[in-house]
Design a protein around this ligand. Structure first.
Ligand SMILES: [Zn+2]
Length: 215
């Protein structure tokens, strides 16, 4: 950070910076979570399958290109507090930095904070810093979304396994004439996808595109 930056009378309040970041990363994280869970549901696999995870991740990245503009949410506090708001307050006859009325008093320096009343920041422009911040917010959102999706999928498959364990540990509970089978539906947002289990072949992910209609 340069000295020039420290001296600037225009500041973004901490709460606004945090809110912008939390909103940007949270919104993108949610989007990537849904996109990744859907991509994983479309890629038939069960258990830890690095090939399926890699295929789904490429799909998630491709779906992310459509929401790159959302990272502007993280820039909103700066756009407002460092650029737009000072201009609006100056037009209103107030100090551009703190909002104290200055025009009526005919002062050229603010009586509250001492800033020159005609000192106005430049208009907002996308600079290198903004691009870097965009990239960081996008990466955080992507990581948060895909990692939480993988955690939810792993927990879902663990609960399928434990259902089967409790089923097979009580053999007398079901007639044993036919091999036992069960179909699990994956958790939202991949609830279009299901996993078959049978005593003979274990867990088998149901391919989405192999037969025309759903289950
Ligand atoms: Zn002031």
């Amino acid at each position: 950070m340069s000295d020039e930056h420290l001296e600037s009378p225009f500041r973004v309040p901490l709460w606004a910076s945090l809110l912008g970041w939390v909103a940007a990363v949270g919104f993108m994280g949610f989007y990537f979570h849904v996109a990744h869970a859907v991509m994983r549901g479309l890629t038939p696999s069960f258990g830890l399958d690095s090939g399926a995870i890699a295929t789904a991740t490429f799909g998630t990245i491709a779906m992310g290109l459509g929401i790159v503009w959302l990272v502007f949410i993280a820039e909103l506090p700066e756009m407002w507090f460092l650029h737009r708001r000072p201009h609006l307050m100056a037009r209103d006859g107030r100090c551009p930095a703190c909002g104290h009325p200055v025009r009526a008093a005919g002062m050229d320096h603010c009586g509250e904070c001492g800033v020159a009343v005609d000192r106005l920041p430049p208009s907002y422009a996308v600079g290198w810093r903004a691009v870097k911040r965009f990239s960081v917010a996008l990466l955080l959102g992507f990581l948060a979304g895909t990692i939480t999706a993988e955690v939810v999928i792993a927990a879902d498959e663990r609960s399928m396994r434990s259902t089967i364990r409790s089923l097979t540990s009580r053999p007398e509970a079901v007639p044993s004439a036919e091999p036992r089978e069960m179909t699990f539906t994956r958790r939202w947002p991949a609830s279009f996808s299901s996993v078959d289990w049978s005593e003979d072949s274990g867990f088998q992910p149901v391919a989405i595109f192999s037969y025309g209609s759903g289950p």
